[in-house]
Design a protein around this ligand. Structure first.
Ligand code: DX5
Ligand code: ZN
Length: 215
């Protein structure tokens, strides 16, 4: 499968959201990556349902929603209604991760699990067969534009091995600090989906940058 690119809306210009969404619609990007932060699980608040519904109104590609919130089960139905295609919850925010995954799937969405830089891939041993996507955090979640954490490469290799061992169909997504210098190595390690916020939106030609990440 060719790898997918998911530009992160967090780095878009919120005063020109329709323009930036249309840029992604017209680009070679595959998904919209949408970061939801609650100010409790992470030290930042991003945006909620009114903005997500505005994104849904204009987006012509699937919404990949990354929940950085405590108790995400409370909002699964609401995110389904807001148009989420993939819904990722954090391993560290779920006391009953298996139940959360089943809950997401029962709503007809792809179930994603995001994993913080400090968490070992081995913690996914008992759920990987049920997971549709693992979002490997390559920065500490909460902000765009942070520096890529180098041990991500090894984690991606470990995750790839775990997926193969369990015959899982989970996709590997990398989130945080992805740029034109590290994306190739990430793909070589086994990444399937690359999230890119700052790299896309701070570039002078975002569409060309998406195209470059797609190569
Ligand atoms: C970080 C978010 C990321 C962020 C990525 O908490 O989950 O999706 O938007 O942004 P960049 O690519 O700028 O690191
Ligand atoms: Zn994210």
């Amino acid at each position: 499968m060719p790898h997918l690119i998911a530009p992160s809306i967090l780095s878009a210009d919120f005063a020109n959201l329709e323009r930036d969404i249309n840029m992604i619609n017209e680009s070679e990007a595959d998904w919209f990556h949408v970061d939801i932060m609650d100010g409790v699980f992470v030290p930042n608040i991003s945006f909620g349902f009114p903005v997500l519904k505005a994104i849904q109104k204009h987006a012509k590609k699937p919404l990949d929603v990354h929940l950085m919130i405590v108790d995400p089960d409370r909002y699964v139905t609401a995110f389904k209604d807001a148009g989420a295609h993939v819904l990722s919850v954090h391993l560290e925010a779920c006391t009953h991760l298996h139940r959360s995954i089943q809950n997401i799937k029962s709503h007809g969405m792809k179930a994603g699990v995001a994993i913080n830089p400090h968490s070992s891939i081995s913690l996914l041993e008992n759920t990987i067969a049920d997971i549709d996507l693992v979002c490997v955090m390559s920065v500490n979640p909460g902000f765009g534009g942070q520096k890529f954490i180098q041990n991500t490469y090894q984690k991606v290799k470990d995750l790839k091995a775990l997926i193969q061992k369990h015959n899982s169909s989970a996709l590997i997504e990398i989130d945080g600090g992805v740029d034109l210098n590290n994306y190739k190595q990430l793909l070589e390690c086994g990444a399937d989906v690359l999230v890119a916020g700052n790299t896309v939106f701070s570039s002078t030609n975002p569409k060309a940058t998406i195209q470059a990440l797609k190569k």
